[in-house]
Design a protein around this ligand. Structure first.
Ligand code: AMP
Length: 180
């Protein structure tokens, strides 16, 4: 039996022990490089996310820009880049979050969203959920709710999608991969 989205799963390349021993890196570049793969992943994500009530789509640097930008255009919504520390040229608001070693920071422009608006969050993959939850915290700190989130890939064993749902954010994904 074929599982839903198996046609897209074939286009994900797994690189063992990258960038660290024990990590199975799920490389989305073959899917992005394939016309059918890109079109269908954007179409299927947009189908799940439409009607969730977001006023804009927010994509997380860097692969979330590719997918989030395409989903936003398909839904007829504007796009907000959620960037890593120090990349945005105008005045920013940001949020620090813990990594396994050290901390990182996500930032948006102060005028990217208005209090009371809602955004749809998009990235290529959710693992521990640290990055997505930092983005949710950042938007909430400026009075913006995350209406829904969409990912091509979920690593459910790492618990990020469950954490995001516990935080009150609906989560949609196209492909599940077991393990880390
Ligand atoms: P996390 O904050 O742990 O949910 O990690 C999510 C971010 O890290 C996403 O932007 C992913 O692109 C990247 N990432 C984490 N784990 C992997 C993995 N196994 N393969 C590919 N990308 C990953």
């Amino acid at each position: 039996m074929t599982a839903p989205n198996d046609d897209l799963k074939q286009l994900i390349r797994t690189i063992p022990d990258h960038p660290l021993p024990g990590v199975q890196f799920r490389d989305i570049t073959p899917l992005l490089g394939d016309g059918f793969g890109l079109k269908e992943s954007v179409r299927r994500l947009a189908e799940q996310l439409q009607g969730t009530g977001g006023h804009k789509v927010a994509g997380i640097e860097a692969r979330g820009f590719i997918l989030g930008g395409a989903v936003a255009a398909r839904l007829g919504l504007g796009f907000v880049p959620v960037r890593k520390r120090g990349k945005l040229p105008f005045e920013t608001v940001g949020r620090d979050y813990e990594l396994e070693y050290g901390t990182d920071r996500v930032e948006i422009h102060v005028d990217a969203v208005r209090p009371g608006e809602k955004v749809i969050l998009v990235d290529d993959l959710i693992a521990t959920g640290g990055t997505a939850l930092a983005a949710v915290g950042l938007f909430r700190s400026v009075g913006v709710e995350v209406a829904a989130s969409g990912f091509v890939m979920d690593l459910p064993d790492l618990g990020g999608s469950a954490r995001l749902r516990d935080a009150g954010v609906p989560v949609f994904s196209l492909l599940d991969f077991p393990g880390a």
